[in-house]
Design a protein around this ligand. Structure first.
Ligand SMILES: Cc1cc2nc3c(=O)[nH]c(=O)nc-3n(C[C@H](O)[C@H](O)[C@H](O)COP(=O)(O)OP(=O)(O)OC[C@H]3O[C@@H](n4cnc5c(N)ncnc54)[C@H](O)[C@@H]3O)c2cc1C
Length: 354
């Protein structure tokens, strides 16, 4: 089959790889450069998404945990296992028994994982590992496993696999319209395919709207920002934002500390950048847990991306992380989708082709 793919983020690239490997003639159209948008602005985690258990997203978490292990095994040079700590303090929103139960379930959903299970660590062990961790009220913490990746380089690695399998990847190709008969319009040209896959991430609905096709789903486009701090990170953490139920990450990243993220609704066409309010919010959250607080001058850089979430709740923090596929004639639309689950999503798209 001749397949046109709109979008060169990780979901489009995985579709190109899987479909070219299956023997299809694949052309992928990306208006910028490959993996230059959401797929390189992630928290760099290959993870099941521990917090999605609170939203009962068991199917998604199980799939993501399986995919996490698969990425770690498939591309060890661009990924690595990561041991995160979730400290429990007096007055934490989540008590020890709840976190313990959640991690027991997380490990159970991971099945026969290549990574070690969760483990309780004492205050002494935690402070030995990270002497700058705030000790006041600390009761101990759970260490648990996930994976870390270089999202941009790993996406480009996928692009290379797609090319080796025969896919044509066209950068700087802005698709102005698609239709349900397999056509893709770029500038004054029209390209014909047996199937077109719309994997435009946060812009998938915009493309449908500008093509006059009623979108079957709404997307909630929610910005997430990160800070890269000029400090080495001795330990990866999943932490509660003080006085909130929200969680945020503190992660080692290229010899520095990555802190993220936020959840701010915005339109897909608005500039995607970390605001001053988000910067202050993340810095305050980080400083709450350290005995050596940092200020704005210690920020090396910031970056932001928008999550293409299926619209499911008035509060974006409660929005589902599930993805959905929709078929209209020769057109297949992809809505949502995590980085970690991109290859599983591509296999589902392959099933939809027939
Ligand atoms: C702050 C943040 C943190 C995250 N952290 C994680 C994490 O740690 N782990 C994880 O698994 N997931 C994470 N995610 C989710 C994950 O990054 C995204 O779900 C994933 O990258 C989406 O990939 P995509 O290919 O669908 O979208 P994108 O990467 O945005 O790709 C879509 C592409 O389509 C192109 N495009 C759109 N319209 C057109 C058009 N008309 N013509 C041509 N090209 C077009 C765009 O230019 C873009 O390159 C995070 C997301 C955010 C925002």
């Amino acid at each position: 089959m001749r397949i046109g793919i709109v979008g060169g983020g990780i979901n489009g690239l995985c579709c190109a790889w899987v479909l070219a490997q299956a023997g299809h003639e694949v052309d992928l159209y990306e208006r910028n450069t490959l993996a230059s948008q959401t797929s390189r602005a992630s928290s760099k985690l290959l993870h099941g998404g521990l917090r999605y258990l609170e939203q009962y997203e068991f199917r998604l978490v199980r799939e993501a945990l399986k995919e996490r292990d698969a990425w770690l095994q498939r591309v060890p040079e661009l990924t690595s296992p990561l041991r995160l700590v979730l400290p429990i303090y007096q007055g934490s929103q989540r008590q020890r028994w709840l976190v313990g139960a959640g991690l027991f379930l997380y490990d159970h959903l991971a099945g026969k994982s290549i990574l070690p299970p969760a483990q309780w660590l004492t205050v002494e062990t935690l402070l030995q590992r990270d002497p700058q961790l705030k000790a006041k009220g600390l009761l101990g913490g759970y260490a648990f496993s996930d994976g870390q990746m270089d999202d941009h380089r790993l996406a480009l690695w996928v692009a290379e696999q797609a090319r080796l399998a025969g896919a044509n990847l066209h950068e700087h190709s802005d698709v102005s319209a698609i239709d349900t008969q397999g056509h893709v319009h770029i500038a004054d040209s029209r390209y014909s395919h047996d199937r077109v896959i719309n994997v435009g991430g946060p812009w998938a609905v915009t493309l449908l709207e500008q093509s006059g096709i009623p979108p079957p789903y709404r997307l909630d486009t929610v910005r997430g920002s990160h800070l890269v701090l000029e400090r080495e990170c001795p330990q990866a953490y999943l932490l509660e934002v003080p006085d909130e139920r929200r969680i945020f990450f503190v992660l080692p990243w290229q010899g520095k500390t990555l802190v993220g993220t936020t959840e701010v609704r915005q339109q897909a066409h608005e500039p995607i950048e970390c605001s001053v309010a988000e910067r202050d919010y993340l810095l305050a959250a980080y400083n709450h847990y350290t005995t050596a607080p940092l200020s704005a001058v210690n920020i090396n850089s910031t970056f932001a991306g928008i999550r293409p979430l299926l619209y499911s709740a008035a509060d974006p923090r409660k929005a589902t992380r599930e993805y959905a596929l929709d078929r209209q004639g020769q057109l297949i639309n992809v809505f949502g989708g995590k980085w970690t689950t991109s290859l599983a999503l591509a296999h589902k798209v392959q099933q939809q082709l027939l």
